[in-house]
Design a protein around this ligand. Structure first.
Ligand SMILES: [Zn+2]
Ligand SMILES: [Zn+2]
Ligand SMILES: [Zn+2]
Length: 254
């Protein structure tokens, strides 16, 4: 299984509009962060988790040519704003794209993309998608690949984490409920939200993310959804050995 980080930035992206800080002005490409998304390839199955505003740029940059399923972690704009560009995959693949999330998030996503269901003149392209409801802790399959959706809390709202084989992806989280830890045992790779140095009401800060990573104890942990407060090189130096900051374009094999 291959995991590609398409974007590792928080909702503003990095650099931030109008910011002159060292991270935002850095020439190091690891400090350039699109909004958060990953692409998973296992044999012939390709899964995209979230469609940020830069989805089109990501698909071009990383030469994504086929998507079997889109998973949405939640309906915040930094995770869904690029969804309309799924149209190009409708053309390439000649069919609807299966799109998965839980009941509440699907409702929100359908509301934000309500034009998909509106009758309009022919020619104005609209995404063609099958929305499929998943339930936390109930396994589902894409082709032959088994996936377990998990619940985590992002402030008060429920966000979906995903476990696939010995890999787990958890972004936009400030609390992991007790039940979810059971599904995070024996991981080779964990991807976890680590926003910034200071505390935040709806995201783990760096210290919380490190402590959660140690508790979950995956062989390797990569942090994502990173703000400009975490300069790549400087932050890497203070992280424990098996914990790294992810960066855009990073590919890992499991
Ligand atoms: Zn987010
Ligand atoms: Zn900045
Ligand atoms: Zn969010």
């Amino acid at each position: 299984m291959k995991i590609k980080f398409l974007g590792t930035g928080t909702s503003h992206g990095v650099p931030l509009i109008g910011c002159n800080c060292k991270t935002c002005k850095s020439k190091d490409l690891k400090n350039k962060r699109y909004r958060t998304s990953i692409f998973i390839n296992d044999n012939n199955t390709n899964i995209l988790i979230d469609t940020p505003p830069e989805f089109r740029l990501m698909a071009i940059e990383y030469e994504i040519k086929k998507i079997d399923a889109v998973f949405f972690t939640h309906a915040h704009m930094d995770h869904i704003a690029g969804f309309d560009d799924i149209r190009r995959f409708n053309e390439i693949q000649g069919k609807e794209i299966n799109t998965y999330s839980d009941k509440k998030n699907l409702k929100e996503i359908k509301k934000r993309f309500s034009y998909i269901y509106e009758k309009t003149q022919l020619g104005g392209g609209k995404p063609k998608v099958n929305f499929i409801e998943i339930k936390p802790y109930f396994q589902f399959k894409v082709n032959n690949l088994k996936i377990i959706p998990l619940t985590v809390f992002h402030g008060d709202i429920k966000v979906i984490g995903f476990r696939i084989k010995n890999f787990a992806y958890i972004t936009d989280v400030s609390k992991i409920p007790e039940k979810t830890y059971k599904y995070l045992e024996n991981l080779d790779v964990l991807v976890l939200d680590a926003l910034r140095i200071e505390k935040h009401p709806t995201h783990f800060n760096l210290a919380q993310a490190i402590s959660e990573a140690k508790k979950i104890n995956a062989k390797r942990t990569f942090f994502t959804h990173i703000s400009h407060s975490l300069e790549h090189g400087k932050t890497e130096k203070i992280l424990p050995q098996n914990i790294k900051l992810a960066y855009d374009g990073l590919e890992i094999k499991i």
